[in-house]
Design a protein around this ligand. Structure first.
Ligand SMILES: [Zn+2]
Ligand SMILES: [Zn+2]
Length: 318
């Protein structure tokens, strides 16, 4: 039997994971073509589970998500094996008749050439690694937020919690430092809390914006001013994400956000606007606002409740 004839009628080619154990994936939607990576063996178990694009949320069969480089690689292996077999078969036909007889003409056939080369590729580097807290899939994406490729759950709440864990660790370290350094890290902790919640809130409203009264408005809700964002979320989604906090807890959250505003824009110096917005009786115009670790810790506790409420309420909204 010829080499060509011995080739199988179907090739099964395995896509090797990169050095971190991850395999690249690419969204088949033309406007997206988002690239991400997953670790095989983690996440949901079962046959014929769909894959979800972390960026646009498109769901389809796993075989739809091969990257262009992987497909080129697989094709090149097939062509390599076919051309290799063809060359072997041709070589078997080589002959060399030396010149003989009166005319002295010789004739020969020599087969030259190499099998078609294999097109190797390298998976790309990505920015954020996530282990889904719902299904345990390990995946990597560009940016920070996205849908889990296995269970399809959005990770905004998980990312928020991870950021808050970090703030709590920062506060614990701050308390071991001398006053000036401690103050610096406490301010940073407050800043991080507010920006993590802002990023989370915006993304969550954007992801669920199709459920809002006006999806364009819902997709642009900012959470820098937490009191205003509460009103806007209520107007767009009919959800009060602060309903489970009592009056004094809510006041403290608002005050922390106002202090953060002072730190970010006024070097932390109290102004009239701050007094007006918070009614903080301990603050004096022209003096620096006071922030201590316990205050930020309490803020984290409240923001965890608010974040959970916002995410669950929008997710479950019909
Ligand atoms: Zn996509
Ligand atoms: Zn998941």
């Amino acid at each position: 039997m010829s080499h060509l004839g011995r080739l199988p009628s179907q090739f099964s080619i395995s896509i090797p994971p990169d050095k971190d154990g991850l395999i690249g994936r690419e969204c088949p939607v033309k406007e997206c073509e988002g690239y991400f990576k997953i670790q095989p063996g983690t996440g949901l178990k079962g046959e014929k589970l769909p894959c979800h694009c972390p960026y646009c949320g498109h769901a389809a069969g796993q075989q739809e998500f091969f990257t262009k480089a992987q497909i080129e690689y697989a094709k090149s292996i097939v062509v390599n094996r076919v051309t290799g077999a063809l060359l072997e078969d041709m070589k078997a036909l080589e002959f060399n008749h030396r010149p003989s007889g009166g005319f002295g003409i010789g004739i020969s056939m020599k087969v030259e050439g190499r099998p078609h080369p294999i097109r190797y590729y390298r998976e790309k580097s990505l920015e954020t690694e996530v282990v889904c807290d719902g299904c345990t899939l390990r995946y990597m994406i560009y940016g920070v937020f996205g849908f889990c490729p296995d269970c399809g759950a959005h990770n905004s709440l998980q990312i928020l919690k991870t950021n808050f864990d970090l703030v709590e660790k920062t506060l614990a370290v701050a308390e071991t430092l001398e006053l000036i350094m401690a103050q610096h890290w406490i301010y940073n902790g407050l800043e991080d809390c507010a920006s993590a919640f802002d990023g989370f809130g915006r993304e969550t409203c954007r992801v669920f914006s199709s459920k809002a009264a006006d999806s364009a408005k819902a997709g642009s809700i900012s959470f820098q001013n937490i009191a205003r964002s509460r009103d806007r979320v209520r107007a767009e989604f009919g959800v009060d994400f602060a309903a489970s906090l009592n009056e004094s807890e809510w006041t403290r959250v608002c005050r922390c956000f106002q202090k953060r505003h002072l730190l970010a824009h006024k070097m932390g110096v109290v102004d009239e606007e701050y007094i007006h917005a918070t009614g903080d009786r301990t603050a004096i115009i022209g003096r620096k606002c006071q922030v201590d670790a316990n205050e930020v810790r309490a803020l984290v506790t409240s923001l965890r409740i608010l974040g959970e409420k916002l995410f669950e309420a929008l997710k479950n909204k019909a």
